[in-house]
Design a binder for this molecule. Structure first.
Ligand SMILES: Cc1ncc(COP(=O)(O)O)c(C=O)c1O
Length: 392
């Protein structure tokens, strides 16, 4: 049958990342393309032990339906940890468990956006979020993102223009794809601008705890006094992405709508894994575990940076999973990634992260968490060869 697709889905293109990831199905290809954590960073032994214990003690409640808000002990322990470590969440907020940060972004879009609304986001930005917004038929207004995050003058201009944007979406810490982190001063300005123009701010923060050097910058959520910031976090990068667990911390009134939206989407997130993650946090030292992940990724980042710096221009990210490298003037990121893939090394062209994916970009995004140290060495050598050949 010839299906006639809904416009919300027919406007979405399979992302360039997916296309390039197809190349990575070939095991001989070194992939710097995905955004995956390293399997070495999963607490697999601990989770296996806890899972066996849960089954042995009769896992009936963890295998039963649950409430859409999530497993209460996990909500409590997560809210307490965010409050104590990062000052995130006030008595006017609530926290629910969602199926990954991606669902947090999607539910926020579902609750706040109508077709034709404008969403301001960093340019470039995370494809998963851009596609979530696109699927609601909104217009994306990109604001340039440099090494200190979103440009505040350009944002102020955009917010003064009509129609007034309905939402500001930002990844202020170790941004995907640029690795940029917004300094504290700029964060204050951003929260002030959102207040002045009365626009909600969606803070997408899955990388906050993957800092390799420098001081933590305050979460926008911790600076907000007007109930304007919706905070999305994730267990994907600090425990494992396959468990599909994240959280939203947002003002209570808005949360009621998010809960109804979640009920419609998937009833609730995987309850067995919620119980497992809760036990993990109670019985083990998650901060020590994150410390180990940081030390592993810091070494991988440093190795990749040391191998790339002669040929590529980039700012060393202070955390996160990516190096955003610029090719010399006149070269194109797409063409370069095609040539690199032919040499069996995969990277993502910068244009894939733009609000207009057809626009040109000479940037590429390189992931350093997933490849082994050996693959980083080999892959960077191949990237160098591909660049030399492309430059002629
Ligand atoms: C900026 C950003 N937000 C959200 C996500 C979604 O993560 P998850 O749904 O696995 O929590 C990602 C994943 O890479 C991301 O980079």
């Amino acid at each position: 049958m010839d299906y006639v697709y809904a416009s919300r889905i027919s406007s979405l293109q399979p992302s360039a990342i997916r296309e390039i990831l197809k190349v990575t199905a070939d095991p001989s290809v070194i992939s710097f393309a995905a955004g995956n954590p390293s399997p070495e960073a999963f607490p697999s032994r601990e989770l296996a032990e806890l899972a066996a214990g849960l089954f042995a003690s009769g896992a009936a409640s963890a295998l039963q339906y649950g409430v859409s808000e999530g497993y209460a002990p996990l909500r409590e322990i997560t809210a307490a940890r965010l409050r104590e470590k990062f000052g995130i969440g006030s008595p006017d907020d609530d926290l629910i468990i969602v199926s990954g940060g991606q669902q947090g972004v999607e539910l926020t879009a579902k609750v706040l956006l109508n077709e034709g609304d404008t969403v301001v986001c960093e340019e470039p930005s995370f494809i998963g979020a851009l596609n979530a917004f696109r699927s609601y038929g909104v217009k994306l207004a990109g604001v340039p993102c440099g090494e200190r995050g979103m440009d505040m003058d350009a944002l102020a201009q955009r917010l003064s223009a009509e129609p007034r944007p309905k939402l500001i979406y930002t990844i202020p810490t170790f941004q995907n794809p640029t690795g940029a982190t917004m300094p504290a001063e700029r964060r204050r300005l951003l929260v002030e601008l959102a207040a002045r123009f009365d626009v909600p701010l969606l803070e997408d923060d899955p990388y906050r705890e993957l800092r390799y050097e420098g001081e933590d910058a305050p979460a926008l959520k911790s600076l907000d006094t007007g109930g304007r910031v919706i905070y999305c976090g994730s267990f994907s990068k600090v425990i494992a992405p396959g468990i599909r667990l994240g959280y939203i911390c947002a003002p209570k009134g808005l949360m009621q709508k998010l809960i109804v939206a979640k009920q419609v989407s998937d009833v609730h997130s995987n309850l067995f894994f919620q119980a497992l993650v809760c036990e993990y946090i109670k019985r083990y030292d998650i901060d020590a575990h994150i410390g180990q992940i940081r030390s592993l990724y810091r070494r991988k980042r440093d190795l990749m940076a040391s191998l790339l710096h002669k040929q590529f221009s980039f700012t060393l990210p202070q955390g996160g999973l990516f190096i955003w490298a610029e090719l010399p003037q006149g070269l194109d990121g797409f063409e370069y990634c095609r040539r690199a893939a032919a040499k069996k090394v995969a990277a993502v062209p910068g244009a894939s992260f733009l609000t207009d994916e057809r626009a040109a970009s000479r940037a590429i995004r390189l992931n350093f968490s997933l490849p082994s140290f050996g693959q980083i060495e080999q892959g960077c050598a191949l990237l160098g060869e591909a660049l030399c050949e492309y430059m002629g």
